[in-house]
Design a protein around this ligand. Structure first.
Ligand SMILES: Nc1ncnc2c1ncn2[C@@H]1O[C@H](COP(=O)(O)OP(=O)(O)OP(=O)(O)O)[C@@H](O)[C@H]1O
Ligand SMILES: CC(=O)N[C@H]1[C@@H]2OC[C@@H](O2)[C@@H](O)[C@@H]1O[C@H](C)C(=O)O
Length: 369
């Protein structure tokens, strides 16, 4: 059991880009953020990354999944072993597959890595498996950062509706009104995945240039957008759905096909425009225009993507550092915060964040023997 009052927790996130694991400490009582602490990062080796990549789209029991889980557990154990000045660990794991709508079988989501194993290795209680209860109860199981975004807005002293946009492999946005009493309040938060963000750009760069990403958005900045491709992209059924809604990394894998005949720079510019246009389409669902859009995740370092967002949105766009937050660590911090919420019996998602029928607290807690 957690002692009452604020505690330090460490959160760890292995994102859809498969680059590595982020970890970050947060001091919280599960409602307010009192302080942010140390952060660290461990990248996956080439071999580890290929094991994870090979297991993408796989479910427990499929070939390659155990190897992937071992990679995830080893990387987390190494990274977290020097960040254990905490009461609790929040362990997201690596999403390998996500099908909350049951399009290819039962409705389910799969994060590789066992919190039981980690609790043993680290000697600390580990909160994990954050998404499956939400999916079992009819929700999307994602995004889960929104309640944390609400606490961040309070921490930053914001006093008007704003939006937080995470540009990882996939994009997700949270609209929130910090004047409300808590994230659970009716109308305080609306969140959903916006569409593909960096994943198709990275896939293009890997296929055409043999590099991991479009550094700074330089290639996209030198190309011309094919607006017809953007328009066709926006006709995808995902954009006609009312939120909440979430995506699997591979849901838009055919987007690369759409830019097949374009020159490298034009293809990069067009995929970048698609990511921005998806966000702009998401804005149409917000209850009120946000005062600003604060961008977190690796995509905020892609200048061409930030320019494309500014062009397509009638709203100031700024990196989240503008309000004192760390755009590289926000997701890891979110899982530290959510771990404390789980341990305190507070909800981690609700009808306006994942579409689950009521407020629910997901997550399991494993204790070391
Ligand atoms: N300097 C940069 N220039 C351009 N793009 C960058 C830069 N740095 C990071 N990125 C992009 O951001 C991605 C990593 O973002 P991030 O770490 O937020 O994703 P993630 O957490 O793995 O994904 P998700 O949030 O979908 O789980 C990289 O794969 C790359 O596409
Ligand atoms: C199923 C899954 O792992 N989804 C991730 C992914 O990465 C970004 C976006 O898609 C978001 O829905 C989610 O992560 C963040 C941390 C979230 O749950 O808020």
């Amino acid at each position: 059991m957690l002692k009452p009052g604020p505690v330090w927790a460490v959160g760890a996130m292995s994102g859809t880009s498969l680059d590595g694991v982020d970890a970050a400490l947060v001091l919280t009582d599960g409602e307010r953020i009192l302080d942010f602490g140390r952060t660290d990062y461990r990248s996956y080796s080439k071999e580890e990354r290929s094991a994870l990549r090979a297991a993408l789209g796989c479910w427990p029991g499929d070939p390659g999944v155990e190897e992937a889980a071992e990679v995830v557990e080893t990387a987390h154990a190494e990274l977290l072993s020097s960040l254990l000045d905490v009461a609790l660990v929040g362990f997201h794991g690596q999403t390998l597959a996500h099908d909350p709508d049951g399009r290819a079988g039962p409705r389910r989501t799969h994060q590789a890595g066992s919190g039981e194993v980690l609790a043993e290795v680290l000697g600390r209680p580990v909160v994990w498996d954050f998404r499956s209860t939400d999916v079992e109860m009819g929700g999307q199981g994602a995004p889960l950062a929104p309640f944390f975004h609400f606490a961040c807005a309070k921490w930053a002293g914001l006093s008007a509706p704003v939006a937080f946009l995470n540009l990882g492999g996939v994009g997700n946005v949270t609209w929130l009104d910090p004047r409300q009493s808590g994230p659970e309040a009716e109308g305080a938060v609306l969140a959903f995945d916006t569409g593909p963000a960096n994943a198709p750009i990275n896939d293009l760069m890997r296929a055409r240039r043999g590099v991991d990403c479009d550094e700074g958005g330089a290639l996209a900045a030198s190309g011309r957008v094919d607006e017809q491709v953007v328009e066709d992209f926006l006709s995808h059924r995902f954009f006609h759905r009312i939120p909440p809604k979430s995506l699997d990394r591979n849901d838009f894998h055919d987007l690369l096909e759409a830019v097949r005949d374009l020159e490298d720079a034009d293809a990069a510019a067009t995929l970048t425009a698609c990511a921005a246009a998806a966000v702009a389409r998401g804005f149409e669902h917000f209850p009120d225009p946000p005062r600003a859009l604060y961008v977190t995740g690796g995509g905020r370092l892609n200048e061409a993507l930030m320019v494309a967002l500014t062009r397509r949105l009638n709203c100031p766009v700024a990196p989240i550092e503008d309000i004192g937050l760390d755009g590289d660590m926000l997701e890891a911090q979110a899982f530290a915060y959510l771990a404390v919420r789980v341990a305190r019996g507070l909800p981690t998602s609700g009808p306006t964040t994942t579409g689950v029928a009521g407020l629910i607290g997901g997550g399991r807690i494993s204790y070391p023997d």
